[in-house]
Unconditional design. Structure first.
Lengths: 309, 504
């Protein structure tokens, strides 16, 4: 099957700063793909290259089978991290305007805009100006503007940021709807739970370099199993668990990794005596843990390389 | 591609003309001009009549003769008024009876009004002045109101010493009392005419506490000069005819010449035509600057709104920039055309309502060369400055930053304004020619020189330079825009911008 997107050793520099370094990845058609990474890791630059807003300094990419994304711009939908609307425009007008910019003819775009807004609960807002809307509503309008032309590949940069739980669910539904329609969705996020719940594939970049890429199962495979613990009681005690190599304590929930050879049964027994255990899971680590561990390891490697010089 | 530019331009245009600011902009200039014209007119009318008294110390009692001389400009107007309305005021009835036939000559006719006052019989003038000066102030004011040719009656009113109750006092006491009246505001000023003006003018005084309004002093002084001159001429035994020729000023009659060397008179319209380019330059300047600044504001706002990146996923930076420039250019054009329509409308209204007004000077401004220059130079001038400002706007994150960057542009733009008067006087001078070749000034200076007009080759060369500059500015702005528009944080340094320009 042809890939919706593939990058081959793509590099982008701004002056002496390398934003993306020799990045290669493949995004199969019809999947949901998560871009992970810290702020400034290079996610947005990568996305901008895909959208042909930037051009790579080295390497090549192929979007929907074309080397130059500009040729397929009308089949792409893009919601940038920094989202804005024309405050003075009416919601239906602006959604239709985005459609027209993607090559839809005027009357189709107008009809479709009204239909979409009504379907997603903004029917009363068709003739209201954007400046009157709340942030969540504004974001909804932006997403609808992104997908009005039924793009084959949708790229959402931080679609969940700043949304309340209800709107987050709505955004999730929207992404899943697109997958059902066999469209490809790429989104970047800091919320690991969203990635874990939605993504078929994830990749992570750190300081311009790819750290891992694959299906969730592939990414988690071979990693240390850990204890997922929900508890009530003194978190300080959990930290003292004998045989623990590493404890990520959140107060009510902790992720615990044991030294090799330590039996989780022993750990459970020790814990049950000291705190009230509500859930005890021994399983592969969370994406959150993988993310944090990757950052730490990569930084340590960089520091070692720096010391070696 | 072209259609995306059109979509962007269309949106810009529609959004702009929907704003209140746009309509205020359309109305502001004509209203401002109407107000400044109207205000001058009204303020002149509102000026209070200045009252003055005269202490005449001259042996020959010159005050009545000076008064008559000073009022002589109004006598023709008064005679015309009397001829039309013999029952104008009670004081004039006997005069109308005695001088009926003389007055009849002053009946207003078409195109009349240029007769000189010395054609009036001296006796008639004396009698009219006498009657006039004795009229109650209110009647005088009412008479002057709405009647042309009685200007001095509106502006200045003599109050006799009897009237003021100081006639019987000794001279020094008289002046003291008048001085008090000046201080209290009862009198605007009083004059003292010296004892023997044929010998010395030392005792002549003008006493007033207003030092800025000099019209009364000048008006009365001019009249007194003439009377004193005549006195001195008579004392020197020079015949009046000789004196008149001696006093005559040399005036070169103003003519213009055509290709064959034939000369003809220079009319008011011709003169106005020579200065008309200035008005166009001014309008051009405002139009270019308004539109270009609109573009800058719009770009910065859009950038700080974070909408740019959404747009860039659909259109290329080049298309976005071009769309903006055309859309706002169309807005500016609409604005300018509305002003031109307002001016034309105002002209038509003035022509039909104000009769006898010489509007030929305005008509001369509608020279095809001027209009064509205006439209063409607006177009290219706007494009040039639009490219520069859109480039500037794309690197700014806030309007405040933009204002700072705008300052150098503003300083450059001052040059054509400052040199406007100079160039209109010497449209083909070296300064004007040199300035024409500086692309940033070409539109304004060439418009300014249209009265010359410049040689055809100058139009050609400056035109090519201007076009090349517009092309170059667009290229450069496109590169800066492409990078700048997605930049946040501090605005880049000039060095960095130059670096972007060198990149492909």
């Amino acid at each position: 099957m042809q890939n919706a997107l593939s990058l081959h050793a793509v590099t982008k520099r701004f002056g002496s700063f390398t934003a993306v370094s020799e990045l290669s990845l493949e995004v199969p058609k019809g999947c949901i793909f998560g871009f992970l990474g810290q702020n400034g890791a290079g996610k947005t630059t990568t996305i901008r290259m895909v959208m042909s807003i930037f051009h790579p300094d080295a390497g090549s990419l192929s979007v929907l089978g074309h080397a130059d994304a500009a040729q397929v711009k009308d089949r792409l939908g893009y919601l940038p991290e920094e989202k804005g609307l024309y405050k003075k425009m009416k919601t239906a007008e602006i959604v239709a305007y985005f459609g027209k910019l993607k090559g839809m003819d005027s009357s189709t775009a107008n009809l479709k805009a009204k239909e979409l807004l009504t379907r997603y609960g903004l029917g009363d807002w068709l003739d209201k100006k954007c400046e009157a809307m709340s942030k969540g509503m504004g974001q909804k309008v932006q997403v609808l503007g992104t997908i009005i032309h039924e793009p084959d590949l949708v790229i959402l940069d931080e679609p969940f940021s700043g949304l309340d739980p209800v709107n987050r669910d709505l955004m999730k539904d929207l992404i899943l709807d697109m997958k059902r329609q066999r469209r490809t969705v790429i989104f970047s996020t800091h919320g690991m739970e969203h990635a874990e719940q939605l993504c078929d594939y994830v990749m992570m970049i750190h300081k311009s370099k790819l750290q891992f890429c694959g299906t969730l199962a592939e990414v988690k495979q071979g990693r240390d199993l850990g204890i997922q613990l929900d508890y009530d009681g003194d978190g300080g005690i959990v930290q003292k668990l004998p045989g623990a190599r590493r404890v990520n304590d959140n107060g009510k929930h902790a992720e615990i990794f044991l030294q090799s050879g330590v039996d989780p049964q022993e750990a459970l027994r020790w814990l049950v005596e000291r705190v009230r255990v509500r859930r005890f899971d021994y399983r592969e680590p969370s994406l959150h843990e993988i993310f944090v561990r990757t950052v730490e390891e990569a930084n340590a490697k960089l520091a070692a390389a720096g010391a070696g010089n | 591609m072209a259609s995306k530019i059109f979509l962007v331009a269309q949106r810009e245009y529609l959004e702009n003309i929907r704003t209140k600011t746009f309509w205020i902009g359309i109305l502001a200039l004509p209203i401002l001009i109407a107000i400044s014209i109207g205000a001058g007119f009204v303020l002149n009318k509102l000026k209070e009549t200045k009252t003055y008294a005269v202490v005449d110390l001259s042996v020959a009692k010159l005050a009545p003769r000076i008064e008559k001389q000073a009022r002589s400009t109004d006598m023709a107007g008064l005679a015309r008024l009397l001829a039309a309305k013999p029952d104008l005021a009670k004081a004039f009835e006997p005069i109308a009876k005695d001088f009926g036939s003389d007055l009849a000559k002053w009946k207003p006719t078409e195109g009349d009004g240029k007769q000189a006052d010395h054609e009036l019989p001296e006796e008639l003038k004396d009698r009219m002045l006498e009657a006039w000066l004795q009229m109650p102030a209110d009647d005088l004011a009412r008479m002057a109101e709405g009647n042309q040719g009685l200007d001095t009656a509106k502006k200045f009113r003599l109050r006799s010493l009897q009237d003021l109750g100081v006639a019987e006092l000794p001279v020094e006491e008289q002046q003291k009392r008048l001085g008090q009246m000046v201080k209290q505001g009862q009198l605007f000023a009083y004059f003292v005419i010296g004892a023997d003006p044929t010998k010395s003018l030392e005792d002549f005084r003008y006493v007033s506490n207003n030092f800025t309004e000099e019209s009364l002093r000048k008006w009365y002084g001019d009249a007194a000069t003439k009377i004193v001159q005549n006195l001195r001429i008579a004392a020197a035994g020079i015949k009046p005819e000789v004196a008149r020729t001696l006093k005559e000023e040399v005036r070169f009659a103003q003519k213009q010449s055509d290709e064959t060397g034939t000369t003809k008179d220079v009319t008011v319209a011709d003169k106005a035509g020579g200065f008309a380019p200035m008005a166009f330059v001014y309008l051009l300047w405002i139009a270019v600057f308004t539109a270009a600044q609109m573009l800058l504001t719009n770009t910065v706002e859009e950038k700080s709104n974070r909408i740019i990146e959404v747009l860039l996923s659909s259109v290329s930076p080049g298309e976005l920039m071009a769309g903006k420039i055309w859309g706002i250019g169309a807005t500016g054009m609409t604005l300018t055309l509305s002003w031109v329509l307002c001016a034309a409308g105002g002209y038509l209204i003035a022509e039909s309502t104000i009769q006898g007004m010489d509007l030929s000077m305005f008509a001369s401004a509608i020279d095809p060369l001027y209009l064509a220059s205006f439209i063409i130079y607006f177009f290219f001038g706007y494009l040039l400055y639009a490219a520069i400002l859109v480039g500037l706007g794309s690197v700014c994150n806030s309007l405040k930053e933009a204002q700072n960057l705008l300052q150098p542009v503003f300083i450059v733009l001052i040059v054509p304004l400052v040199s406007m008067m100079f160039i209109v006087q010497e449209p083909n001078g070296l300064f004007a020619k040199v300035l024409s070749y500086v692309p940033l000034f070409t539109p304004f200076v060439m418009m300014n020189r249209a009265g010359g007009p410049p040689e055809l080759y100058e139009y050609a060369i400056t035109g090519v330079i201007l076009l090349a500059s517009v092309w170059f500015a667009f290229k450069a702005a496109g590169k800066v825009f492409r990078v700048g528009v997605l930049m946040t944080g501090n605005p880049p340094k000039l060095k960095e911008i130059l670096g972007w320009l060198r990149q492909s």
